[in-house]
Design a protein around this ligand. Structure first.
Ligand code: NDP
Length: 306
């Protein structure tokens, strides 16, 4: 079982170490890559995410600043901050923590970020470049998944890849990246008919649905590589026991923390069929933040010619 697991923590640690090396190389040129995060409102989960991004920057020798705005900040106020960060030569990456409060036009805010500083890769210029196979700054989660497939020597070319979920953040850019690497790609969504029949075609199956344990053994072909992007917090012991029967370690974690994380894939029932599989936690999640750091250094190098 252990050798089936695609260990995102391990791959993320490799990526972070490489980023730290690049940061050290830039230092003699007086370049310290800097990531600025913008947080609007006081959503506790968003605060946790932004905090961990800032800590990771510090560990890798990068600079970071977090700009916290009140939840009732008007569109113009938020856009004025983006303009200021765009104009600041010390800022290499701008990250606007999503979701933004209702009333804010998210597209307008993201469109305002200088594409050269768009380390989340959500700006239409970066989306367009990715679609044309000329990727510049690529959304971190799919970029991290591709990085892991490569580092784990999982062949992509000529294989059938099925991505479930068509969000701009994960599903669509994932499908594009796989397509440009010559996979034959199918992109599924909530109106796909007979989803299990489609996903059973996959050599590489990426689940980015946001539905707890939706991908079961009936969705997976023997020997498929299964990538689970979903993140769900289980807060009921009965759910933990249903999805992880007899898993004493997980039960213990639940009892000490009050919750455990799991994904879009019914891990216990799918793992025996898959050739490789990502766990949740410890799969895709750590890769996302590592790629954010890599994107920031990439943006710094490109913009500063360093
Ligand atoms: P979205 O809600 O934006 O998109 C979900 C997609 O799944 C939609 O395209 C939707 O289809 C599709 N979908 C919903 N129900 C079904 C169904 N029954 N059958 C087939 N497709 C369905 O989610 P995100 O892409 O932002 O995130 C997906 C998951 O990944 C979430 O759990 C999120 O928390 C997690 N996530 C994890 C990250 C990480 O770092 N590990 C990073 C980002 C997200 P339609 O378009 O038709 O509505």
């Amino acid at each position: 079982m252990e050798d089936k697991i695609l260990d995102g923590k391990k791959v993320a640690a490799q990526i972070r170490a490489e980023v730290a090396e690049q940061v050290a190389e830039l230092a003699p040129q007086g370049v310290v890559p800097r990531l600025d995060a913008v947080l609007v409102g006081d959503d506790p989960a968003s605060r946790v995410y932004v905090g961990s991004k800032a800590r990771t920057c510090a560990k890798l020798g990068m600079a970071s600043e977090t700009h916290v705005l009140p939840g009732d900040t008007p569109q113009a106020g938020l856009e004025a901050l983006i303009d200021r960060l765009n104009a600041d030569p010390e800022v290499d990456g701008i990250l606007v923590q999503l979701p933004l409060p209702g009333g804010i036009d998210t597209h307008a805010v993201l469109d305002r970020i200088d594409p050269a500083k768009d380390v989340d890769g959500f700006h239409p210029v970066n989306t367009g470049l990715l679609q044309q196979g000329r990727p510049a700054l690529v959304p971190c989660t799919p970029a991290g998944i591709l990085e892991m497939l490569d580092r784990e020597r999982i062949a992509i070319e000529g294989r059938r890849a099925v991505v479930v979920g068509r969000s701009d953040i994960v599903g669509k850019p994932m499908a594009m990246l796989l397509l440009h690497r010559h996979a034959t790609v199918t992109l599924c969504h909530s109106r796909t008919r007979d989803l299990p029949a489609v996903t059973r075609e996959a050599d590489i199956l990426v689940a980015a649905v946001g539905r707890l344990a939706m991908i079961g053994p009936g969705h997976v072909k023997e020997g498929a590589v299964v990538i689970d992007v979903g993140i769900h917090r289980l807060t009921e012991l009965s759910e933990v026991e249903r999805l992880f029967p007899g898993d004493a370690a997980r039960r213990e974690r639940f009892e000490s923390k009050g919750s455990v994380l799991t994904g879009d894939v019914d891990f216990v029932r799918v793992a025996p069929i898959a050739s490789r599989i990502t766990p949740v936690p410890g799969g895709v999640g750590p890769l996302t933040i590592a790629m954010l750091m890599a994107n920031t250094v990439r943006a710094a190098r490109a913009r500063r010619g360093a």
